[in-house]
Design a protein around this ligand. Structure first.
Ligand code: NDP
Length: 309
């Protein structure tokens, strides 16, 4: 079986930053790209808040830059998805694509998180054409326009308030008759003159050609007083939660109630020696590329120190 000193899983900002640091430290890292090479940023439009790109950069271009930087220092970047793992003893063993096994002294998990979608076919149809799951990433493109945010939690309220600072009007589409968000966030939403909350409302579909021009909604779905109606919008934002991609590690690592891998405060150390978690898979709070990159750096330095001991 192949054996490596440092195995990195995931190819978002955390994974590639960990790769750059471990490669420069001569750990000869192997990185598996995972299901979505380049990670979540490859599905956003433009990135304007990552330091170092004064004119902004497309998500694809930035991830390609990070990949080239990791390759430059000798990272062995491979296509492949980790489908199983045995972290019960060292060296740790992982299975790639249900076939290849690889053993490693240190493991840096950067598998990210996946935004939840409603599951409507129109979400795919209008991906990059008005549908987004990241207001901080894409909100800027909706200045003085009308947008809708779906969700009733803190994320949805936060995104609605953020977007209300840019857009001329924000609909908050909430499936229940109340918000789940903290009281302070609710108060802010209700007090904001640009935000209109639509309670008891679900989304049936989107329309527009080629970009989103509106949403088909339904109030009191399935009840006697069910009412179908449309709203005109330019952007449709999902804020119904994220799912950390931690499922295959759950047997071995501590995760919180939402599935985020727990790390020791201020580090990327998990409960197992030599196993680190960086980026969105271990970050329920910030979910920003620059934070993920910072965590990748920390994980790499921790792995190097672990191996030096
Ligand atoms: P939550 O799980 O808290 O909320 C998800 C929201 O989306 C709920 O209102 C839920 O509705 C709704 N939803 C889920 N699925 C659907 C669906 N299929 N159709 C319509 N609506 C749907 O996720 P968040 O991302 O908001 O928050 C995650 C965690 O992060 C929370 O603990 C939150 O407090 C925290 N957080 C804190 C922030 C802060 O303090 N500033 C900012 C952001 C997040 P329903 O209520 O009906 O289930």
């Amino acid at each position: 079986m192949e054996k490596t000193k440092c195995l990195i899983i995931g190819s978002g900002p955390a994974g590639y930053t960990a790769a750059i640091y471990t490669a420069r430290a001569n750990l000869s890292p192997v990185l598996y790209e995972g299901i979505q090479p380049g990670g979540q940023l490859t599905i956003t439009t433009e990135i304007e808040n990552f330091p170092g790109y004064p004119q902004g950069v497309s998500g694809l271009a930035m991830m390609e830059d990070l990949k080239q930087q990791a390759l430059r220092f000798g990272t062995d970047v491979r296509a492949g998805v980790v489908t199983a793992c045995d972290l019960s003893q060292q060296p740790y063993r992982l299975t790639i694509d249900d076939s290849t096994e690889i053993a490693t002294d240190t493991l840096i998990i950067c598998t990210g998180a996946t935004a939840k979608y409603l599951g409507l076919p129109d979400e795919q149809k209008y991906a990059g054409k008005g549908v987004s799951a990241c207001a901080t990433c894409d909100g800027f493109f909706y200045r003085k326009k009308t947008v809708a945010v779906v969700g009733g939690g803190d994320s949805a309220c936060e995104e609605a308030i953020y977007l209300a600072g840019l857009a001329s009007k924000v609909y908050l589409i909430v499936r229940k008759d109340h918000l789940r968000a903290s009281q302070i966030m609710q108060d802010r939403v209700f007090a904001h003159p640009k935000i209109e909350t639509l309670f008891n409302t679900n989304t049936r579909g989107l329309f527009g050609d080629p970009f989103v021009e509106g949403a088909h909604l339904v109030r009191f779905m399935g009840e006697q007083n069910e009412e179908k109606f449309d709203i005109a919008i330019d952007g449709f934002f999902l804020a119904i939660g994220h799912q950390p991609n931690s499922a295959i590690f759950k047997h071995y690592l501590e995760v919180n109630e939402q599935g985020y891998i727990k790390t020791q405060w201020g580090t990327t150390r998990t409960c197992l020696p030599g196993v680190y978690a960086a980026g969105d898979v271990a970050d329920p709070h910030y979910r920003q590329a620059v934070v993920a990159a910072g965590m990748g750096c920390i994980a790499a330095m921790e792995a190097e120190r672990f191996l030096n001991k």
